[in-house]
Ligand binder design. Structure first.
Ligand code: GDP
Length: 424
C-alpha cells in the first residue's frame, strides 16, 4: 500500500514505534504529522535501543527520508538533543534524511515555562502534563502567536517577530503568573544555541512529499499518542492538544491532497495509560503490579509508572472506528503469558446499564468495567514467528479481540525486537 498511517488506537504507548521501525523497510518516506517531544517511542533493533520523541522512527533505517510536518510542535532544543543522542549510537541525521517543514511552528522557550507555571497553579487538580510546553504551544499556534520554522531563513523577520511575541508573552508571564519576564537576551541566546542550528533541515516539505508521491514513493505517516488523546474525540480534557487521528495525517504532514490508502491501528494486548483522567478498565494492587512489571510499563519520556488494565474492548472498538483502521497490529501478546486466566473489559456499566459504546467523556466517571475471563496459554510465546506457532489459547484470544473490534488483526507482536512478529 502506498500511503499508510500508523496510529495508536488507545491511550498511547501501544508500540507504534516498533511497528514503524518494522514497516519502514517497505517505505521510502516517514512523516510525523502531529505532537511534540512529549511522548516517546522505544525502538529496539540491530543498531541498539532508542527512545525517540520527535524524530520519525524512519531515521533508524538507511535510505529512508524523514519529515517533520507542519502539524508538529517543533522544539529545536529537544530535537537537537535527540539528534545528538541517536548520532552517539552511530545513526547519522543529515538534511538528506531529515527534512523539517518550513510551515512547522517553533516551540518557544516560554512554552515550557508556562506549562510549569500552570501545573503549579493547578496544584492537586493538575492534568499530569509532561511539562514540555505542548498545550501552551498549540494554544499559541491557533492564536497565530508562533513563529514558523521557515522564518529562520529570513533573519530580520525572525528577529522582529520573536521580539514582538516576547513583549506580548511577558504580559502573561508577569501579569498572570507573577513570574519574571523573559529578556530579549535570553531569547537571542536560545536562537543562537538551538533554533538557528536546525536551519539546514528546513525546506518546503510539501513540495518534497508531492514529488515523492508523484514518483511512486511510498509514504508512511507516523502518529504520536492514540485515539483517546485526540483533542476533539479523546477523553477531554485529559487529551493532548493536537489531533492524533489518521484523518489529520494528510494535513499535519503537509499534503492535504493525498489520499490515505491504509491505516494500521496499533493495539496492545492489554491496556496502559499515563497520567490523570478516566481509565475505566484500571487494575490495582498486586495484580496491577505484576502486569506492570511483566510489560515494563514505565513512561519512555518521564519514567512514570503507567496505569495498567486488561484489554478494553469498548475503548478499542471506538479507537479502531475513529481512526478509520484498515488493519490492526496487536503488540505485547507475550507479556500475558504468565496469566492463568486473562481478564478482558468486555463492556462498561453506566448507571446500572451495560453498554458496548464508548461514551461522552463526562459519563466515564461513573463507568465500571464488566470483566470476562479467557484461558491463558502459560508458556513462552516470544519465539513464535508463524500464526500456527502460537498455542490454541493465544490464537483464540487474538480472534476474540478481532471479532469484537470488527477489524482484521494482521500483525501480532511477541517481543520488542524487529523480527519478533507474526504476519497473518
Ligand atoms: P509507542 O509510543 O506506541 O511506540 O510505545 P512505547 O515505545 O512507549 O511502548 C512500547 C514498549 O513496548 C517499548 O519498550 C517496546 O520495545 C516494547 N514492545 C513493543 N512491542 C512489544 C512486544 O510485542 N513485546 C514486548 N515484550 N515488548 C514490546
Amino acid at each position: 500500500m502506498k500511503n499508510c498511517v500508523i496510529a495508536g488506537i488507545n491511550w498511547g504507548d501501544e508500540g507504534k514505534g516498533r511497528m514503524v521501525d518494522l514497516l519502514t523497510e517497505e517505505y521510502d518516506v516517514v512523516v510525523r504529522y502531529q505532537g511534540g517531544g512529549n511522548a516517546g517511542h522505544t525502538v529496539i533493533n540491530e543498531k541498539g535501543k532508542f527512545a525517540l520523541h520527535l524524530l520519525p522512527s524512519g531515521v533508524l533505517r538507511d535510505g529512508v527520508v524523514n519529515v517533520l510536518g507542519n502539524g508538529v510542535a517543533l522544539d529545536p532544543e529537544n530535537l537537537l538533543r535527540e539528534i545528538a543522542d541517536v548520532e552517539s549510537k552511530g545513526v547519522a541525521v543529515t538534511p538528506a534524511n531529515l527534512k523539517i517543514s518550513d510551515r512547522a511552528s517553533l516551540l518557544l522557550p516560554w512554552h515550557r515555562e508556562l506549562d510549569e507555571l500552570e501545573e503549579k497553579r493547578l496544584a492537586d487538580r493538575k492534568f499530569g502534563s509532561t511539562k514540555q510546553g505542548i498545550a501552551p504551544f498549540y494554544s499559541d499556534k491557533y492564536a497565530k502567536k508562533t513563529v514558523l520554522a521557515g522564518e529562520l531563513l529570513y533573519p530580520d523577520r525572525f528577529a522582529s517577530h520573536v521580539e514582538e511575541l516576547l513583549d506580548w508573552k511577558n504580559l502573561t508571564l508577569t501579569g498572570v503568573y507573577g513570574a519574571p519576564a523573559m529578556t530579549g537576551e535570553e531569547i537571542r541566546a536560545w536562537a543562537d544555541e538551538y533554533a538557528l542550528k536546525i536551519k539546514p533541515f528546513i525546506c518546503d516539505t510539501t513540495e518534497f512529499l508531492e514529488k515523492s508521491a508523484l514518483t511512486g514513493k511510498k509514504i508512511l505517516f507516523e502518529a504520536q499518542l492514540g485515539t483517546l488523546r485526540d483533542v476533539d474525540f479523546g477523553i477531554h480534557p485529559y487529551t493532548t492538544s493536537s489531533n492524533t487521528l489518521a484523518a489529520y495525517a494528510p494535513i499535519g504532514a503537509g499534503v492535504p491532497f493525498l489520499k490515505i490508502d491504509e491505516v494500521i491501528g496499533v493495539v496492545k494486548a492489554y491496556s496502559t495509560c499515563v497520567g490523570e483522567g478516566p481509565f475505566v478498565c484500571e487494575m490495582t494492587g498486586a495484580e496491577a503490579e505484576k502486569l506492570r512489571e511483566a510489560g515494563a510499563e514505565y513512561g519512555a519520556k518521564t519514567g512514570r509508572p503507567r496505569r495498567v488494565g486488561p484489554v478494553d474492548l469498548v475503548a478499542t472498538r471506538y479507537g479502531v472506528k475513529m481512526q478509520g483502521t484498515t488493519c490492526v497490529a496487536l503488540t505485547k501478546l507475550d507479556v500475558l503469558s504468565y496469566m492463568d486466566k486473562i481478564p478482558v473489559c468486555a463492556k462498561y456499566e453506566i448507571g446500572g446499564v451495560a453498554t458496548d459504546r464508548f461514551p461522552f467523556p463526562a459519563a466515564l466517571d461513573d463507568a465500571k468495567p464488566v470483566v470476562e475471563y479467557f484461558d491463558g496459554w502459560k508458556c513462552d510465546i516470544s519465539g513464535a514467528r508463524k500464526w500456527s506457532d502460537l498455542p490454541r489459547e493465544a490464537r483464540e484470544y487474538v480472534e476474540m479481540i478481532e471479532k469484537n473490534i470488527g477489524c482484521p488483526i494482521k500483525y501480532v507482536s511477541v517481543g520488542p525486537e524487529r523480527d519478533s512478529i507474526i504476519v497473518r
